[in-house]
Write a protein that binds this ligand. Structure first.
Ligand code: FIX
Ligand code: ZN
Length: 406
């Protein structure tokens, strides 16, 4: 019988394909890293607003280094850092041998300044520390900063894979149609066959530029299918046909209520309950498409698992955002193992700052190993280490790799 330690060793030793991040290959010059970026992560901005005596608008106009000092003072010195996001920063400091009990950021700033002097080398160091073999970026063809890099077409780093992110097309059609029109596509506010054809042309143009592994969108809790809406028209008659034609999965990240507290900016998004029957109807109506889905509400996780039992073209992936907390990762992974065996992707980091890979994966490996061992403990079979290693390879890398053909 395998032990928790032998399962942990297998999970800790597994190479990871991180299927969703907000990181960029170094040559893009867009990668966030270092202690000030770690501390001003929007998860920590939420948390500091609960204890520091200032308004979000006061915070937003502060220089980033002062924001980081304030967050360190209030969340790490005046209060004990026991939330997941604060614990994550400490995990990173400890991984580099830095003092997690420091009263200021002088040591950390000096260390990361030196480390980041050679970003190519530093990125390799961090990926190795995190055990991440490759990762998928979030690439936005509406982001002018990013467009320049793709048109400058710097050599692609094989460890950094592209994902074509298309939120404006599905979530703000009239604005997207106007922007596409400005870029030479004959799209108009009304959704007629010409506009839909031009959306398909736009998507194909960017598939040929980015060579993405999947297309992706973040959707509100109100997402429904079918419904009479611009979103449904564009999804059914442009996005999904192109995904099927080019063999690309379509990733839907469902349940975010954007900017419930606008003054918090990125930190101002919240969660809502979504309708999993919309996913079931999509999977049934488009059997030639493959859907990767992650949902933001804890209450929707069970419905997503059941939907995946009904449709083999549906892949649940990750414990997203407000779900990425140890108690929920272990609960959700156990539920998925109980209902789906190993036919899902348990985690993605969603990292926005390079060094977050270290803590997000260290913490998730621990929680996934605990869930997996729990299944072996109750198995009437005497599970072998070879069987454990096969399961771990599927969960940490191979399922994602086969779905996105990485
Ligand atoms: O839509 C997304 O990709 C979300 O993950 C982000 O918008 C979000 O801010 C985030 O980084 C959550 O972890
Ligand atoms: Zn994300």
């Amino acid at each position: 019988m395998v032990s928790l330690d032998s399962v942990k060793a297998s999970v800790d030793g597994a190479s990871i394909l991180d299927i969703h991040t907000h990181l960029y290959q170094p040559s893009f010059g867009m990668m966030l890293s270092g202690i000030d970026e770690l501390l001003t992560y929007h998860y920590l901005i939420c948390e500091v607003m609960r204890v520091a005596p200032l308004t979000p608008n006061d915070f937003n106009v502060m220089p980033k280094s002062k924001q980081a000092d304030l967050i360190w003072e209030y969340l790490f010195v005046r209060n004990n850092p026991i939330s997941e996001a604060t614990t994550g920063v400490l995990t990173v400091l400890k991984a580099f041998g830095l003092n997690p009990n420091s009263t200021d950021l002088a040591e950390a700033r000096e260390f990361f300044r030196e480390a980041r002097a050679n970003m190519d080398q530093y990125v390799s160091v961090v990926l190795k520390m995190a055990g991440v073999k490759s990762l998928v970026m979030t690439n936005d063809p509406f982001d002018t900063n990013e467009i320049a890099h793709w048109q400058g077409r710097s050599e692609m780093d094989p460890r950094f894979l592209a994902a074509l992110r298309i939120d404006p097309i599905l979530n703000s059609w009239h604005d997207a149609a106007s922007k596409l029109h400005d870029r030479g596509y004959q799209t108009y506010g009304s959704i007629d066959e010409e506009s839909l054809g031009e959306v398909r042309r736009f998507l194909v143009d960017w598939i040929k530029i980015m060579h993405p592994k999947y297309m992706a969108v973040s959707l509100p809790p109100s997402f429904a299918f079918p419904e009479h809406s611009a979103r449904n028209e564009v999804l059914a008659k442009a996005v999904l046909p192109v995904c099927e034609e080019y063999g690309l999965p379509f990733a839907m990240m469902i349940g975010v209520n954007k900017r419930v507290h606008p003054e918090l900016i990125e930190a101002g998004d919240s969660v809502g309950l979504s309708d999993m029957t919309a996913i079931e109807r999509l999977c049934h109506a488009f059997p030639g498409n493959r859907f990767m889905v992650t949902v933001l509400a804890r209450e929707n996780q069970h419905g997503l698992c059941v939907a995946a039992r009904k449709f083999a073209n549906l892949l649940p992936f990750g414990c997203w955002w407000f779900m990425n907390n140890p108690s929920l990762v272990e609960e959700t992974t156990t539920m998925r193992l109980e209902m789906l065996g190993t036919t899902f992707v348990p985690q993605h980091s969603d990292a926005r700052v390079l060094e977050q890979l270290i803590y997000k994966w260290k913490h998730s490996r621990r929680d996934i190993a605990a869930s997996l061992f729990g299944r072996y403990e109750v198995s009437p079979r005497n599970v072998t280490q070879e069987q454990v290693d096969r399961d771990v390879a599927l969960l940490m890398h191979d399922n994602a790799a086969s779905w996105i053909k990485a």
